[in-house]
Design a binder for this molecule. Structure first.
Ligand SMILES: Nc1ncnc2c1ncn2[C@@H]1O[C@H](COP(=O)(O)OP(=O)(O)OP(=O)(O)O)[C@@H](O)[C@H]1O
Length: 722
């Protein structure tokens, strides 16, 4: 767009900005030298406070120099001209990835570039119809006129192109027009999937910006159709919170569905300064909570009765069973307590005194009650002996060395024997005992669950030294009841991706780890494809777990990932009543559905389609199967049948990294990922029945595609696509 009337003005502005940035770096470096001198001077007169302040300033400057140096190639990507109501003139705000400001800021002009996370930058993302507003510290509200919004493409310090205001409302208002009103967004969306999730700071949309900037201490739920940018928004929100709330990144955690997904987002986090945020899966977090390294089987439940049992283990009903179990155990302990009489009946610890130690206080972990009883008895014994010995040393009557020695021995013997009867409860022992307590289960009656199967299946696993994914949340909660969570600390914010796959008990565990119920939860109920775990609705989550917290619920329906032709197809698969995705761009090529007479024909054609996709420019191609076993088999076949596919990979359960290229994967593990082109291996009627569960699986598979989609079917095509 070199013919833009302001192009040369903007070129000059860029050159001036870069020059000013270099000057700022020079000034900062100069000031750093000065600080070194000051530090030495302060230390020589033992003024450690001043030395500390100078050293803080020095490291702050060093970070600034590093950030500005990184921004020299492309200092900003946008500009907005804003006049606050009541003010005379418009001010220009340039927006970039890093704030660039002179050393001494006297007025707004001394800030050359605003960070995209600064409060004022919201006017760049949200200005609509010439008006905009922003808030600072939840207290100061500014409203005004926007005269201009401009976007730039800057590379190696050179202005490549620029474009004027493009507002999403134009996309929303599209009827006959082309879908895309924003060439910068289009360019980004057509840039291809690559092998990692990308940052979107240059093209955040207005509705996304609102979510990113929601306050810290609340539960923010983002329900979004496939490809609506939930993961992307959630991660940018962490960056925003870190920057504005000055949080310690290690107190923030991202809970992702699996390690592949963590690998998939690993490039994005440093880009948005969030690399130090803790990243984990619920299973890994559970290991830390349980303080165990168990063998965990992640294979989904194989039959419906087992799936029903697994689902039940994720309900809040199970908490009642665990509480009942520990209450009964405590009751038994209390019944066994007897008066203790020692040292020729000179020390008596009554049953009531002991009882008080065991039952006092609410929400005290079981083992802590035992420990407090033990501590109390030990204290009484020690105290008696100390008093006796003090009296002996003072030559008091009725004391002698021999009796003192006898008392010491008696005390030690008593402690050793007495507490062997009251050992603290080990987590796994407690969990096994819970499933052996048939009487308790007769009382509980879990609805829709074969209790006998639940008990025998779990016990058989535990006896074989392993546990299943659905045991983790109850074990974590039992750990809370038995030992408490003191070893864990609290997170300032918890972000959960694929939140629909986390069950209520897992959420309860996570809520115990959160300070101020501060959560960002991203998910899509239409992608709840696990039969053995997950939520039934967002409402149930907000009601059952976060009823006392401040909650904000968003629905996002624009699909930024997939071209219109693909969106139209995956929209068809879901039953009516589910939110449909709204496409924002089209590519002009419809998905292809092709019957293959046999598996060998399908393999031959599959390789041809991969090559066709690659010739069209696809850097990443996903070959998706319904089951994991199919993926593994197909991968082996392709290794021999298509040695020319050099970048062929397979994703299996437990895989820790994603390599891009041509990836064979079961749909379940491809969730959250995206590919330039997707080939669905077999969409036959036998594989995908018209049931809702299969419809959701198919929806996930089709919506992984950005531009190209090819669907094979061996046998009759699934009715979901007819
Ligand atoms: N404002 C935007 N500008 C450019 N690209 C965007 C924008 N918002 C989202 N995208 C792109 O859309 C794609 C989908 O984003 P993302 O994976 O975060 O969606 P999602 O809702 O988590 O998807 P799913 O639930 O299907 O896994 C990504 O390629 C992302 O970069």
């Amino acid at each position: 767009m070199n013919n833009h009337p302001d192009f040369s003005f903007e070129q000059q502005h860029l050159a001036d900005t870069i020059e000013a940035m270099k000057q700022i770096m020079h000034d900062l470096e100069h000031d750093m030298d000065h600080r070194v001198h000051k530090i030495n001077q302060s230390l020589s007169i033992k003024d450690e406070v001043s030395a500390y302040v100078h050293s803080l300033m020095k490291s702050d400057h060093a970070i600034k120099v590093h950030d500005i140096a990184k921004a020299l190639d492309s200092p900003y990507f946008g500009r907005v001209d804003f006049r606050e109501d009541g003010a005379k003139d418009f001010d220009q705000y340039y927006i970039g990835r890093t704030k660039v400001a002179k050393l001494d800021i006297e007025n707004v002009k001394d800030i050359l570039v605003f960070d995209w996370r600064d409060p004022v930058s919201t006017i760049f993302y949200e200005c609509q119809d010439g008006r905009a507003s922003y808030e600072v510290l939840d207290r100061y509200h500014y409203t005004g006129d926007v005269r201009l919004k401009r976007q730039y493409k800057i590379e190696d310090g050179q202005l490549i192109s620029m474009s004027e205001d493009n507002i999403l409302s134009k996309i929303m208002a599209r009827q006959q027009e082309s879908l895309i009103a924003d060439p910068f967004l289009l360019e980004r969306l057509l840039a291809g999937a690559g092998d990692r999730l990308k940052d979107i700071v240059t093209s955040i949309r207005s509705e996304q910006n609102q979510i990113i900037r929601e306050p810290l201490n609340q539960v923010t739920v983002i329900q979004g159709v496939a490809g609506s940018g939930k993961s992307t928004i959630g991660l940018h929100r962490l960056s925003y919170l870190l920057y504005n709330e000055k949080l310690d990144p290690t107190k923030l955690v991202i809970i992702a569905p699996n390690k592949i997904f963590l690998d998939y987002i690993s490039d994005l986090l440093p880009e948005i300064d969030a690399q130090d945020v803790k990243q984990t899966t619920f299973a890994d977090l559970a290991e830390t909570i349980m303080q165990l390294e168990p063998v965990i089987s992640m294979t989904p439940a194989e039959t419906e009765p087992l799936a029903a049992a697994a689902r039940w283990k994720g309900t809040l009903e199970f908490i009642k069973v665990m509480e009942l179990f520990l209450d009964k155990r405590l009751e038994k302990l209390c019944m066994k307590l007897k008066e203790i009489s020692l040292f020729d009946d000179q020390l008596t610890i009554s049953r009531e005194q002991q009882l008080e130690k065991v039952v006092e206080g609410a929400n005290i972990p079981f083992n802590e009650r035992l420990r407090s009883l033990e501590k109390y008895i030990r204290f009484r014994i020690k105290n008696f002996i100390e008093i006796y010995e003090a009296r002996l040393h003072r030559g008091k009557a009725r004391t002698d060395e021999k009796t003192a020695a006898r008392y010491v021995a008696e005390g030690e013997q008593f402690i050793a024997k007495h507490f062997a009867k009251w050992p603290v409860l080990a987590l796994l022992d407690g969990y096994s005992e819970l499933f052996k307590d048939k009487a308790a289960w007769r009382k509980t009656k879990p609805v829709g669950v074969e209790v006998e199967l639940l008990l025998t299946h779990t016990l058989a696993n535990l006896e074989a030294g392993q546990m299943e994914r659905d045991d983790l949340a109850p074990l974590c909660y039992l750990k809370y009841l038995i030992d408490g969570f003191r070893h864990m600390g609290k997170f300032d914010h918890i972000a959960i991706d694929e939140g629909q796959d986390i069950n209520l008990l897992e959420y309860r565990v996570l809520s115990l780890l959160s300070r101020n119920s501060s959560f960002t939860i991203m998910g899509d109920m239409s992608q709840a494809i696990h039969t053995d775990r997950g939520l039934t609705s967002w409402q149930s989550l907000l009601k059952e777990i976060f009823d006392k917290a401040k909650c904000r619920y968003y629905e996002v329906n624009f699909s930024y990932r997939s071209a219109k032709e693909i969106v139209d197809l995956f929209n068809k698969v879901l039953p009516s009543g589910r939110s449909k995705a709204v496409p924002v761009y089209e590519i002009g090529r419809k998905p292809v559905i092709e019957a293959a007479a046999s598996a060998s024909v399908a393999v031959k054609r599959l390789v041809e389609v991969v090559e066709e996709f690659q010739a069209l420019g696809c850097k990443s191609v996903g070959i998706l199967t319904k089951l994991e076993t199919e993926s593994q088999k197909l991968y082996q076949v392709l290794m021999t049948a298509a040695p020319q596919l050099t970048n062929l990979n397979v994703i299996t359960n437990g895989a820790a990294s994603y390599h891009g290229g041509v990836t064979v994967a079961p749909i379940l593990l491809a969730k959250g990922l995206e590919f330039d082109g997707v080939i669905l291996w077999n969409a036959s009627e036998r594989k995908f029945s018209p049931e809702y569960q299969d419809a959701k699986l198919l929806y996930v598979a089709l919506s992984r595609a950005m531009y190209y989609l090819h669907i094979f079917h061996q046998g009759k095509l699934t009715p979901l696509l007819r």
